[in-house]
Design a protein around this ligand. Structure first.
Ligand code: NAD
Ligand code: DAU
Length: 354
């Protein structure tokens, strides 16, 4: 059995990656390392928690001693690193937390892997999962982010992720650590924390609350279904070239206000409300500071070299997503009330679990 460490596996994307690897690779033992911050929710993994090839480890990537104990005990052969602070608005209020988790935490993990693997790097892999936000903001509608696009991060969040990407490449160049990176566009789907646009708006529409659209709603994001991101991670992990970077996306750009109207229409239908009722909740609010105008990924490389193809059209994915939140009211209520931290996560307390 090959022991694989996935960090941030109790979060949104991490939980989908853990599920895919646990279910599809019985020869791997998947260790999910998570600190269980506000964004980590073990309820995301109830369907895999009792599988024989799954183990939860409660630890903090900023704690080098904890990481050393875990690498010594479990002899990980590969790392898929997703743990991070991930919300742009929070990074504007508390940038230092993003430096500590995303930069210091990543360097700690790189260091620990380097030390553990120093006598034999053969067959080892450090896979760093990153974001398209490192490339900055596009202003020309014919422009796309390529793997060769220069980094130009504009928010404390993207600056911290850009810095972590640079450290990953520096460890490859300096210490020959076998690494691979991917930079993905905006994800949507089940289990996303309702501070992010789509689940927040689904929740607010359900509860007849205002929909706070930043600025004029003209910013453009490129949306990918989270399960497709997990499938792409699987491809990069197994077929990606050491030292390379792969941009992940589905060529699916939406202006925020147009996307919000699609969600409003679908919600009216599903909740049996009069057409146009949810749109009345749209409220234009002060823009996000330094709000990036447009992100758009050119995913040609991963499509051509690794055979990646999104499995869903956006219209289908958004229907599945809305249905999931409507059918999983308890998950949404527990998350919005904070109950989940008592219910699922408290059994672990503050303890380090190796
Ligand atoms: P998330 O906020 O939902 O989950 C992050 C997870 O990391 C949580 O489970 C949290 O408990 C854990 N974590 C945070 N700090 C930790 C620490 N110090 N030690 C151990 N665990 C810690 O994030 P997400 O949206 O699932 O994003 C996962 C990764 O993918 C991030 O690296 C993010 O930058 C990247 N990414 C996200 C998107 C997106 O649209 N959400 C797109 C591209 C890339
Ligand atoms: O591009 C990938 C990135 O996508 C990831 O790296 C980040 O972790 C992830 O959070 C996401 O960042 P965004 O800032 O694009 O996502 P968010 O859901 O916060 O916002 C999407 C767009 O909607 C953005 O233009 C801001 C706008 N918005 C967001 C919220 C929460 C609103 O207009 N109102 C809102 O209340």
């Amino acid at each position: 059995m090959k022991n694989i460490l996935i960090t941030g596996g109790a979060g949104f994307i991490g939980s989908h990656v853990v599920r895919l690897f646990v279910n599809n690779y019985p020869d791997y033992h998947i260790f999910n390392l998570d600190k269980l911050t506000y964004a980590g929710n073990l309820a995301n993994l109830v369907d895999v928690e009792s599988k024989p090839n799954y183990t939860f480890l409660k630890a903090d990537i900023t704690n080098a001693e904890e990481l050393a104990v875990l690498f010594e005990k479990h002899k990980f052969e590969a790392v898929i690193h997703l743990a991070a602070e991930s919300h742009v608005d929070r990074s504007i209020t508390n940038p230092l937390e993003f430096v500590i988790t995303n930069v210091v935490g990543t360097v700690n993990l790189l260091n620990t892997a380097k030390n553990a693997w120093k006598n034999n790097m053969e067959g080892k892999l450090f896979y760093h999962v990153s974001t398209d936000e490192v490339y900055g903001s596009l202003h020309d509608e014919n422009e796309f982010f390529l793997e060769t696009t220069s980094y130009d991060p504009q928010s404390p969040y993207s600056a911290s992720k850009a810095s972590s990407d640079h450290f990953v490449r520096a460890y490859h160049n300096t210490y020959k650590l076998p690494v691979v990176l991917s930079n993905c566009s905006n994800n949507y789907g089940q289990n996303q924390f309702p501070e992010k646009l789509i689940p927040l708006f689904i929740h607010n529409i359900q509860n007849q609350k205002a929909l706070p659209v930043y600025g004029k709603g003209e910013n453009v994001r490129d949306w990918l279904y989270v399960v497709d991101h997990a499938r792409a991670i699987d491809l990069v992990f197994h077929k990606g070239k050491i030292g390379d970077t792969y941009n992940i996306g589905g060529f699916n750009e939406w202006k925020n206000i147009d996307l919000i109207k699609v969600v409003c229409k679908a919600m009216d239908k599903k909740l049996g409300r009069t057409a146009g009722e949810s749109e009345k909740l749209i409220t234009y609010v002060t823009d996000r500071a330094g709000h990036d105008l447009r992100y758009a990924i050119d995913a040609t490389k991963i499509m051509n070299e690794l055979g990646f193809k999104p499995s869903l059209q956006f219209e289908e994915g958004i229907e599945i997503t809305i249905d999931w939140y409507l059918n999983n009211k308890k998950w949404l209520e527990d998350v919005t009330s904070g109950n989940y931290q008592n219910y699922y996560n408290q059994q672990y307390g503050e303890k380090f679990i190796a």
